[in-house]
Design a protein around this ligand. Structure first.
Ligand code: SF4
Length: 346
């Protein structure tokens, strides 16, 4: 049985055998009835569930299949998890990380190879943080876990000017603790709960305010160079995670305990994307797909493409410049009602 033990001030709180023993493989859940959150969430049961629990279960199963397919696809496409990996799932108590843990556990039972999962939560000592919720939830599921305790809240409060957004410093401190824990438990992957909408929003934040074409990739090396960070929810829409958390009755811990305001620019970008999605269905989908179809020769980054070496080749280039042509695909998309015709030989 994995549990927690009391920790000293600023210390870590985990089962003493966790780091020393090979972690047990968690039983497959796919063909078992849906494992809803243990009783800890009972008080949050939405009225709709109480009214028709079978319908809620049917919907959760359907949604779970979709999420599992998307996460499995991302894992395959980007090589996120390999045989023998020990995946540290960072669990904040928000809907995204609950969904991530749940879907990864579900895939663990179906994967053609073995990998371990350890859930890790950082208790940042925010006032009112319900420290019992996650240990109780994880014990109920039988998931190996570790709770790291570090009072980053006081540090951030002391250092950041009153009224300023605390998130950047808070995230930096949190990242440092999580990297340390990953080393201590021998994690070979650090899994974060960022989803498709986070990836899109970050892309626009970098574009608008950072002057760079970049976002959160599904897989990268941590900034200390010692860990591999993965985002298995890269293909998952936020609205599906909201729905899934509701259907599964995850015991959500509010994310505003620190009292910090959400970053204004991030909020504005999220609103912009939502507005686009409403007014121009498919636009964000197109942008998202474009992130995986970069054409370095058609951008301007000399580090990615050697423009100085460009020479006439004397043969037809499918990726050559079509600056003088009308792009029929774009025309179709930008002029609804106008049918673009591809002329043979044109
Ligand atoms: S909302 Fe609060 S806890 Fe979350 S990153 Fe910002 S400062 Fe930290």
């Amino acid at each position: 049985m994995i549990g927690i033990v009391p920790a000293g001030p600023g210390g870590l709180c985990y089962h003493p055998r966790l780091a020393a023993l090979p972690l047990p493989r968690i039983a497959a859940m796919d063909d078992a009835p849906l494992a809803r959150a243990p009783d800890v969430a009972a008080s949050a049961t939405p009225a709709a569930h109480a009214a028709d629990p079978r319908k809620a279960e049917f919907e959760a199963n359907k949604l779970r299949k979709r999420l599992r397919r998307q996460v499995g696809q991302a894992i395959g496409d980007y090589g996120l998890i390999s045989p023998g990996d020990r995946v540290m799932v960072c669990l904040s108590g928000g809907k995204d990380s609950y969904g991530l843990l749940d879907i990864l556990r579900s895939l663990q039972g179906r994967a053609p190879f073995h990998f371990d999962i350890v859930a890790v939560n950082l208790d940042q000592k925010q006032p009112g943080f319900p420290a019992d919720v996650l240990p109780r939830y994880l014990e109920g599921l039988g998931v190996p876990f570790r709770i790291a305790e570090q009072d980053t809240y006081s540090v951030v409060k002391r250092v950041v000017a009153a009224g300023a957004t605390m998130c950047s410093m808070c995230s930096r401190l949190r990242r440092g603790v999580l990297y340390r824990v990953a080393g201590e438990i021998g994690a070979t992957r650090i899994a974060l709960g960022h989803h498709r909408d986070d990836i899109l929003a970050t892309f626009f934040l970098n574009l608008f305010f950072g002057g760079k074409l970049k976002t959160m990739p599904p897989k990268l090396v941590s900034d200390d160079g010692r860990h591999v960070v993965i985002r298995p929810l890269a293909y998952v829409r936020e609205r599906d995670l909201v729905r899934y958390a509701d259907l599964m009755r995850f015991p959500i811990i509010p994310c505003n305990l620190c009292g910090s305001q959400e970053h204004l620019q991030r909020r504005q970008v999220a609103l912009m994307l939502r507005d686009w999605e409403r007014k121009f269905p498919g636009r964000t989908e197109s942008i998202y797909n474009a992130l995986a179809k970069v054409v370095p020769s058609h951008l301007m980054d000399r580090a990615l493409f050697d423009f100085a070496a460009v020479r006439a080749t004397g043969r037809a280039e499918p990726d050559g410049d079509i600056a003088f042509d009308v792009d029929t695909a774009l025309e179709r998309a930008t002029a609804p009602g106008v049918v673009a015709v591809d002329l043979p030989g044109a």
